[in-house]
Design a binder for this molecule. Structure first.
Ligand SMILES: Cc1cc2nc3c(=O)[nH]c(=O)nc-3n(C[C@H](O)[C@H](O)[C@H](O)COP(=O)(O)O)c2cc1C
Length: 299
């Protein structure tokens, strides 16, 4: 059907998804979620987590810095309390999972395999936890190990969300591809530090992750590089708040895009991005998303 995007065999009605952690579990915004290509849930860990102490969010010029620290109810409560509501939303659902040991990723994948969701997004890139997260994502070997272990246990769409913190994401993307990932999400937040008036760390988690328009040029750069380095689809993420931003990411080589911080400004942030993108596409008389994917690299 016109307008669809296929990634790893899964059909998305359009290329705009809500990014993990910025759209709750999606159930809060059903009327919006129904119209998006998909939603990526807030990160789920095996055990319940309270997250980092407050304050957890600080505004900076052109963006925010957060140190939420993966607050979530854990896999069992997620399955019992949230998934039944999520399944009622007519959109693609990717569950973002995070672990602190390889075994946790395995158990999360096994625990979700029988559920009626479209795929998993492995969070190997969260900067707000002291172990796992971005630390795993900084080592191609670890990315490969975790991705391979999960691949063996899931037939669902498997997406690996990469960090660009102190690592070349082309290397980790290649590792994810070699281990059987269907796609990579590029990028998660970038390390950030905010100080208070007394020169002390402002955020309860001490450091945080920068998101929003401030990171867009770097995220776009990473997508361009990673798309040239791997054959699997790239999902662009980082600083997308308008249809023009989404258009840029598709041109840089992304097949799908995720909208994060824009949802915190207004719950319909991702939907607005989609509507604006559709206007750009129709004004330029472009037929199908495929024709613009990667045009930035075609000279
Ligand atoms: C408050 C907040 C919570 C987030 N939680 C998660 C999470 O649980 N898992 C994850 O993979 N990314 C998480 N992210 C990262 C976003 O999904 C996204 O990758 C990042 O914000 C960059 O996109 P943006 O510039 O559009 O916000 C979070 C971001 C924010 C701002």
């Amino acid at each position: 059907m016109k307008g669809e995007v296929v990634v790893g065999g899964v059909r998305f009605a359009n290329p705009v998804l809500a990014a993990s952690g910025t759209f709750g579990y999606g159930v809060e915004f059903k009327g919006i979620a129904n119209r998006l290509g998909g939603i990526v849930t807030k990160g789920v860990t095996l055990e319940e987590r309270a997250g980092n102490p407050p304050p957890r969010i600080a505004e900076v010029p052109s963006g925010i810095v957060n140190s939420v620290g993966l607050e979530n109810p854990g896999l069992i409560k997620f399955k019992r309390q949230i998934l039944p509501k999520l399944k009622k939303i007519k959109t693609r659902i990717l569950v973002n999972v995070a672990g602190f040991e390889v075994d946790e990723f395995i158990r999360l994948a096994e625990g979700l395999e029988e559920e009626n969701i479209d795929g998993l997004e492995l969070n190997l890139s969260c900067p707000n936890v002291s172990e796992g997260g971005a630390v795993f994502g900084q080592t191609p070997q670890k990315v490969e190990e975790i991705t391979r272990a999960v691949r063996k246990r899931t037939k669902k769409l498997l997406v690996v969300k990469l960090t660009a913190n102190f690592v070349d994401p082309r290397e980790t993307a290649k590792a994810a591809e070699a281990a059987g990932a269907d796609a990579v999400t590029v990028i998660n937040t970038l390390y950030g530090l905010i100080l208070d008036d007394n020169g002390r760390p402002f955020l309860g988690g001490r450091t945080g992750g920068i998101s929003g328009p401030a990171i867009k040029p770097f995220a776009l750069f990473c997508v361009d590089r990673v798309a040239a380095a791997v054959k699997i689809p790239v999902i662009g993420c980082g600083g997308i708040i308008s249809g023009r931003d989404a258009f840029d990411f598709l041109c840089a080589g992304a097949r799908l895009v995720q909208v994060g911080s824009a949802n915190l400004t207004a719950p319909n942030g991702a939907l607005r991005v989609l509507q604006e993108l559709k206007i750009i596409i129709s004004e330029k008389r472009i037929k199908g998303w495929e024709s613009i994917v990667g045009t930035a690299r075609r000279g």
